[in-house]
Design a protein around this ligand. Structure first.
Ligand code: NAD
Length: 467
């Protein structure tokens, strides 16, 4: 396999160094890819800066067409992308195929978005309109849980709005992003899309660079805060999609079996490494035992293995650092509550932990209060609606949340009082390119997806003509 290369100024270039990429199912390096130096990061920003003014002049419908072309290329390479995704990220192949299909779908939807001028006044005394101008050079920085999909969450809106972008994936999932770079090379004019990698050492440089107008970031709250500091000197625009600790509130009138399955799926998708996964399940005391039992049964049954093996339902944790962090959560969970399924690291090489259900935990315990971002679900009992709303909202996060009940009105009334960017009734994690995605509190700043998300990649400007 030739070493995958960076995309800078329309050329695939070797890095000044290389980066080993580990397959989390084996713990072994399976390939080496290009690693960019600071100088190459500067070259990528310079290439974007040079390309952006011409790109901004390309008619909007032609920019839309480029996103459809990228969607076509993603679809045409879907099998290769999915296998690469599983190999470097760990998710089961079916989930990786799902991520590829989602990526295509999000790009196609972005290609339908428009940002027409909003005419505020048009009469004999004058014409006033709000326009959306490109910002210039955008830096996109992303996490390792959805390396293909989230890369396109940045590339799509940024380029559609007339900006050029430098995208940097997480250091543990560079390969899928570089493959995407190969596809972008043949679609976008040179310099409009640049993709560079790092070993967690270029983020501060990219986000404080004077030629960068905007940072679109997906990752942890701690890094989001660091970026907010870095951009302050030049007042760059930022969109921060950060951590979450989504509660699922399960009322006593649900079908236990059905709801347990849905909660399980939404807690353990991608091995629990989803910003909007269910991370705390609050279950009414009347059905608490039954729900715990059912969740434990599902966890015990789950097939945990290399994502490339047929039948795997849950793959490994993506990287060693996260594996160590989840192991710590496991230890504190064992002390604070009762582990009724899983709880073990699997002795098979790689970063495997069996899906774990912990009961008899309470607010204030680490596994309840903090974002585990791994395959451990705490199940907490409650008896009173008011009390559970207060507990759900006591988190520093506010990304998503859900309420489960056969009484939709009652559930919707509770949902209305949950402080999160998205709240669902009888479902969780139902996201889409047409649905604005935002976070309350420490879960983020700004909006992604939808026309509102696209607008964040633009500079509002008012034109006001006297007549
Ligand atoms: P992370 O913040 O450690 O890393 C994310 C990216 O930031 C990586 O590319 C990393 O190299 C880069 N980075 C590191 N230091 C930087 C700095 N000082 N300046 C700029 N960039 C820097 O996050 P992670 O551990 O990779 O991802 C897990 C977190 O991401 C979880 O908290 C999860 O909830 C969150 N997440 C949020 C969303 C969302 O849409 N809200 C989606 C996925 C993941």
């Amino acid at each position: 396999m030739t070493e995958m290369r960076l995309l800078i100024g329309g050329e695939l270039v070797a890095g000044d160094d290389t980066l080993g990429v580990v397959n989390p199912a084996t713990g072994q390096v399976f390939t080496r890819v290009a690693r960019a130096s600071k100088e190459q990061a500067d070259q990528a920003i310079a290439a974007a800066k040079a390309a952006q003014p011409e790109w901004a002049k390309v008619p909007f419908d032609q920019r839309q067409a480029k996103l459809n072309a990228l969607a076509d290329a993603v679809a045409a390479n879907s099998e290769e992308l999915a296998r690469l995704l599983t190999t470097e990220q760990g998710k089961p192949l079916a989930e990786a195929q799902g991520e590829v299909a989602w990526t295509e779908g999000f790009l196609r939807h972005y290609a339908t978005l428009e940002l027409p001028d909003r005419v505020i006044q048009d009469d004999e005394s004058g014409y006033i309109a709000l326009q959306h101008k490109p910002l210039g050079v955008v830096v996109g920085i992303i996490a390792w849980n959805f390396p293909l999909l989230v890369a396109c969450w940045k590339i799509g809106p940024a380029t559609l709005a007339g900006n050029a972008i430098v995208l940097k994936p997480a250091p543990t999932t560079p390969a899928t992003a570089l493959k995407l770079g190969e596809l972008c090379k043949d679609i976008f004019p040179a310099g409009v899309v640049n993709i560079i990698t790092d070993a967690n050492d270029l983020g501060a440089h990219l986000t404080s660079h004077p030629d960068v107008a905007k940072v679109g970031f997906t990752g942890s709250t701690a890094t989001g805060r660091a970026i907010a500091g870095n951009v302050a000197n030049t007042l760059k625009r930022i969109t921060l999609e950060l951590g979450g600790n989504d509660p699922a509130i399960v009322l006593q009138d649900v079908d236990v079996k059905e709801t347990a399955q849905a909660i399980f799926n939404n807690a353990f998708l991608n091995c629990g490494q989803v910003c909007l996964a269910v991370k705390r399940a609050y279950v009414h005391e009347d059905i608490y035992d039954a729900m715990c039992e059912e969740l434990a049964r599902l966890a015990e049954q789950a097939v945990v293995d290399d994502g490339l093996n047929q039948g795997t339902q849950i793959g490994p944790i993506q990287n060693k650092m996260q594996f160590e962090k989840v192991k710590e959560f496991l230890e504190t969970a064992k002390q604070d509550g009762k582990v009724i399924a899983g709880g073990e690291v699997m002795d098979k090489g790689g970063y495997f932990i069996r899906p774990t259900i912990v009961r008899d935990v309470k607010d204030g315990d680490r596994i309840v209060d903090e974002e585990q971002f791994g395959p451990i679900l705490p199940v907490i009992s409650f008896s009173d609606d008011e009390d559970v709303i207060a507990r759900a909202n006591a988190s520093e996060y506010g990304l998503g949340g859900s309420v489960w009940s056969s009484d939709v009105e009652r559930a919707a009334a509770i949902a209305d009082r949950i402080d999160s960017g998205q709240v669902w009734v009888n479902q969780h994690l139902a996201i889409g390119p047409h649905i604005p995605m935002a976070g309350f509190k420490q879960s983020g700043l700004g909006i992604e997806q939808s026309v509102e998300g696209l607008a964040e990649y633009t500079q509002p400007k008012v034109v006001n003509i006297a007549r």
